[in-house]
Design a protein around this ligand. Structure first.
Ligand code: MG
Length: 303
């Protein structure tokens, strides 16, 4: 129903009310009855002879009309939903601080929540941050995650070295199975993208080779930056058929850069993405790309 029909109905509403009182919802012309039917959200009109005069009524028959009238008279409480009540949590005291229901993955004191493929973490720990140990491999969470909200802070080296993909490269991978051959997870790119051009779908905060960020919100190398990432895992049936793809939203330094974009499959450096076909939760992995990228204040909420 278009805007003009709605407008005509609203303008004729007093007349309709008046007519209603005359004949208990019966109207003398079909068009007014049709407008009233639209208002009641029922289809068509029916007619009835009262004292020798034909009246038109909204709805397909008397029964539907009575049901719709009752529905229109329901109390406001009918559309209030009280259950479930959202759990009360305490937010962090300042931006980036974990709320009370977050799992702390790294608070700067230890690497207890992390593991590497060949055993204990080899990445270095200093002050309140950790840094990639080039050649040691990716750093995995011990725990596996599906749908989640992740907060992570990173810093690319202040001493500029290399260019394009070779400058401050790392990455935050979701659902990266440990021991899997190659990339099976989904990478949010970490890169020094401050005055460092590379392919757009490979710069910082891109979904690597799948989605270009809406803007480049990168800070200068050596400055701490934040990602707040909202990840929705893909869903498969028992035969491995994709029922729902993965989705991701990324906020980079407080700026929305990926707005609920659809992930096309696991990250691929060469070739096109495709999905690994199961519903298992997997670790989050921080990539060792050979550059001295540091991380701090990492926390996650399972959704
Ligand atoms: Mg990377």
């Amino acid at each position: 129903m278009n805007f003009f029909i709605k407008l005509i109905f609203l303008l004729s509403f007093p007349f309709i009310i008046y007519s209603q009182s005359q004949s208990d919802n019966g109207l003398k012309d079909r068009d007014s009855a049709l407008n009233y039917a639209y208002y009641l959200n029922c289809s068509g009109v029916f007619e009835k002879k009262i004292d020798g005069i034909i009246y038109f009524f909204p709805c397909k028959d008397e029964e539907e009309l009575q049901i719709k009238k009752i529905q229109m008279q329901v109390r406001p409480e009918v559309t209030e939903v009280w259950d479930p009540e959202p759990k009360i949590i305490t937010p962090g005291n300042s931006y980036g601080m974990p709320p009370s229901d977050a799992i702390i993955l790294f608070d700067g004191t230890n690497l207890d929540s992390w593991i590497q493929e060949n055993g204990e973490p080899k990445w270095s720990l200093k002050d309140d941050y950790m840094t990639v140990k080039p050649g040691s491999g990716g750093l995995y969470t011990k725990k596996s995650f599906g749908d989640c909200q992740l907060h992570i802070e990173f810093r690319t080296p202040s001493q500029i070295k290399g260019e394009g993909q070779g400058r401050g490269n790392s990455g935050v991978y979701f659902m990266q199975e440990m021991g899997a051959k190659g990339d099976v997870g989904y990478e949010v790119q970490v890169l020094d993208s401050y005055e460092n051009r590379t392919y757009s779908n490979g710069q910082a905060s891109s979904i690597y080779k799948q989605h270009i960020p809406l803007v480049n919100a990168s800070k200068k190398p050596g400055e701490w930056q934040t990602y707040d990432i909202f990840f929705k895992a893909p869903l498969f049936d028992e035969k491995g058929k994709l029922l729902r793809p993965a989705y991701i939203t990324v906020i980079h330094n407080g700026v929305l850069v990926q707005n609920h974009v659809q992930i096309q499959g696991a990250t691929r450096y060469i070739g096109y993405p495709s999905y690994k076909k199961d519903n298992k939760k997997e670790p989050i992995m921080l990539q060792d790309h050979g550059d001295l990228v540091s991380y701090r204040n990492i926390w996650i909420r399972e959704l």
